[in-house]
Write a protein of this length. Sequence first.
Length: 432
Amino acid sequence: MSNTLNQLFFKMRQQFFRAVFRWLPANFLNPSESLKKRTLVPCDFMNCGSVLFVGHDANLAGAQVLLLSLIKWINQNTGITIKLILLDGGLLFNQFEQLAKTVVWKDLLKQHPDIIKRKKWLTGFVGKTDIIYGNSILSAAIYDELKFLDVPYISHIHELEKSIQSYVGKSTIQKMIRYTGKYIACSTPVSINLHKNHHINPKKISIVHEFIERMELKFNSPINICRKKLGLVEDGLIVFGCGTVCWRKGVDIFIDTASLLKTRGLKNFHFYWIGKNLWDVDPVSSSRYSWSSLAKKMEDNGLTGCITFLGVKENVMEYFLAGDVFYLPSREDPFPLVCLEAAQCGLPVICFEEAGGMPDFVENNAGYTVPFENISIVIEKLMFLHENKQKLEELGIAARHKLLNRHLVEIAAPQILDICQNLYNQHYKLLS
């Protein structure tokens, strides 16, 4: 009788541990082994793991688009279960919601202002998760509220120090450092900045360059027809810039470049900027000068027919296909996706040294890297490319080739999941 009860007790205990730790059937321990020899074996993360992603919002911007692409790829290629917390909403919210069970933290705080009730709700929403993956430094703002899940954190950092100091509170930085077990930096400058300014151990940082999805593009349409369809000038050099209209993105430098290019005698050109104008809303930009003063400057310099701000466009690549060059005048930009999108459309990229990670992409064959804020050299490169169509085409082809071979989601996503798998294994090894 006692033997039967012992066997029953053992089976119940075994089932309990299976439910808690979700062991792989192939790794279940032999019941005859002593309890001291038992080790906790993690499941096959790629087939049955789970990740709680945390994003700072759903606006149409680089880090958010990247997260959308990553989640989409994971859904299509793995058995990983995904839940998503967004600190705020935005234009991409519906797309996120179609891919994963999603909640907006801002709304959750209104529904459950009491932290105990909020924790109870989160427990039901998240269920079982293996990793918390913050998709920006801003995501770390709620890391402390998720610590009860008792799983490791990965922080995917897309920011450099000027942005961190301007837009990220000290408490958020402290939470990131306290809870993060592994960092993914989107470029070498981001990795260096984490170590230099935030004293992160380089061994905890892995670099995975930014990435985009492969798009089926039509290159056979005559460029003048593409331009006419989009309401662009049909002749001459078209230079694109793209991103939020703000000081960090160097929009004022973009304007000054167009002005100087006109002064140098080039008449057959047009600068187009795609992106939402937040100049007067952004505290860093508005503290320097107002947008109305920049608009007056353009008018006084006779740029009305030379530069156009197009606002937000969902079909950005369609515009890029109608252009000649992508110009990145950013004062700080870790590794902007818009450059990769432009490269996929066959546009060479002109960027600044010491402003982020784009020189690592451009190198010596996908455009030009010029000294920081030196618009005179930018103009020299633009005038050279305007007069040398063969070189323009060569650089554009090289940029597209590099993008397709190095910066697609199907290349980067497995690298990210390897990092997740390794952190997951380490965590369960510590528990065993």
